[in-house]
Design a protein around this ligand. Sequence first.
Ligand code: SAM
Length: 254
Amino acid sequence: MTKVSYRESHKYEGKGAEYEAYYQNKTWQRFLWSREKQIIMKILEKYFAGKEVNLLDFACGTGRITELLENHVKTSTGVDVSSPMLAIAKGKLKRTELIEVDITAENILKPRKFNLITAFRFFLNAEPELRSAAIKALAELLDEDGYLVFNNHQNSGSPWIRLRFEHYRKKNPEGIYNVMGIKQMTKLVEGAGLQIIEIYPVGFFHPPKLPVSFHLNCTIDWATSKFKFLNRFSESPIAVCHRKRDSDNSKAGK
Ligand SMILES: C[S@@+](CC[C@H](N)C(=O)[O-])C[C@H]1O[C@@H](n2cnc3c(N)ncnc32)[C@H](O)[C@@H]1O
């Protein structure tokens, strides 16, 4: 049996509403989303203070990230291949241009440039061919001084993800349970001439079958985020990338 490409995975009727409910009903997802919001706004302040922002939200889905950002940017564009996901986004977004297109097949956005490109909950699930086609298409659209911000929502460095992964593999030796480590994230962006310049940790304490309260999770994440070296153990790290520059090589002593 051939596995359906990730490109097709969100196209069935009702998928948009299902995705929205996932974020509303699950404590852990609501917690992750609250952390992601804080971090995205921090990134905006740190890298874009006083600048006009032209946003591209790649694989924007129902517009979760786009909605957070659209009132903080000059122009806002969202692309996705799924019409049920985009239908929900259309209902929410006020000043975003939404385009149903697969830029990995035909990059119709060229020669436009964006100085902020976001891609959330995409790379982990995409198969290797799609991951590399997407990062290359995005690198072509990234302004010289722009930033790509993406997450990896199942970091293999997280002890809980590792546990889940081992458990799944025991039960389904032939099944697919995607995990991605910081090394793979680095390799992915470097393949498109980009470089990770900062990683923000998200989600530390997610033991299987043990409900942890929203507030306890906020406290644990706040405390652990003080120690940068703990990044690699977080469940859903967010990476900020820019174009690889010659000065980066010389700084790294290469
Ligand atoms: C898990 S959803 C994430 C939506 C949104 N970024 C978020 O974080 O809430 C993944 C999205 O990737 C989209 N997708 C899959 N392949 C794509 C492609 N080649 N180009 C654009 N979007 C794609 C799917 O249609 C789906 O809406």
